[in-house]
Design a protein. Sequence first.
Length: 106
Amino acid sequence: MNRHRERFWEAELHRLQGELLQQAARGTSHAALTPEACFGQALAIARRQQAKAWELRAATSLARLWQRQGQRTEAYELLAPVYGWFTEGFDTADLQDAKTLLEALA
């Protein structure tokens, strides 16, 4: 990505890194790089790039993490406006996943 200056997938790569860290580090909290940091980085990059699809994925991942940590209000407040931006495509897996999570958080 750095060598070729190709940034299209950058947000998604950070999000996936966070997902992998969650799987690998269950029960450990001493890692320097956390899933929350990766999701936050993915969210920031997606917003900077105005990449709404990547923003939705990053927000969903971070909201799901916060849900597991008991931060339901914060999770809802993060995800709801991102989901609300969409006006079509509600049959896609990403939007269905976000809707299901929002319903669980409500």
